[in-house]
Design a protein around this ligand. Structure first.
Ligand code: SF4
Length: 198
């Protein structure tokens, strides 16, 4: 039987499901959420990471990191690459919204199924993501799934996450995730401009 103080402490701990895009972005984000009193569980669902071997490398790194910092991690079964392409083909220049929606909608649903009152995402730490769109999509899927989206601008911790990532010797990706982003990174192109979407 916990003491009354312990019961109070347990009551004040807020469970949160953290969608994780990769281990480096999880470093600072998990620390920060824990400091704020959240009981964090990570969730992996990233069908936007191509090719399969890159997805495997990032997931392996996330698994190892989670074990190191004693972070519970739920991994979605399978590799949903085909669903990702079905969602973005035809509007590749504006694909990020659908990519966010796929991942965050699944996270919100898993949060509800497993009794988490809220969810959030490590994507909020990246200065390279479309931050406002990410927030908008997070709030939209939260409403649809009747669960809270915890928003915080984690970008202030981006430098620290890079430092932590080096300290933990984590696998570091060279592009956002999808084959389109890989082409943009190494081909020095902008698909939205190429397709006239902007
Ligand atoms: S660039 Fe990144 S966020 Fe945008 S669609 Fe590709 S993987 Fe998703």
């Amino acid at each position: 039987m916990p003491s009354s103080n312990e019961a109070l402490r347990q009551e004040s701990v807020k469970k949160i499901l953290l969608h994780t895009c990769c281990a480096p972005c999880a470093t600072y984000t998990v620390n920060r959420l824990r400091e704020m009193g959240f009981d964090v569980t990570a969730y992996w669902y990233n069908p936007n990471i191509h090719p399969f071997t890159e997805h495997r490398n990032r997931l392996d790194s996330m698994r190892a990191f989670a074990q190191t910092i004693d972070l519970p991690l739920i991994v979605a079964e399978g590799y949903d690459m085909i669903s990702y392409f079905r969602a973005v083909v035809g509007h590749e220049g504006e694909r990020c919204g659908d990519c966010f929606r796929m991942r965050l909608d699944r996270t919100a649903a898993v949060a509800v199924e497993n009794g988490f009152p809220s969810f959030t995402t490590t994507l909020l730490i990246s200065p390279y993501q479309k931050h406002d769109l990410l927030r908008e999509v997070g709030e939209e899927v939260a409403k649809q799934n009747e669960v809270e989206f915890y928003y915080q601008d984690f970008r202030t911790g981006f430098r620290e996450s890079q430092q932590l990532s080096r300290e933990f010797d984590l696998y570091h990706q060279k592009y956002c995730g999808c084959v389109y982003s890989e082409w943009e990174r190494f081909g020095k192109i902008d698909i939205a401009k190429m397709l006239g979407s902007t």
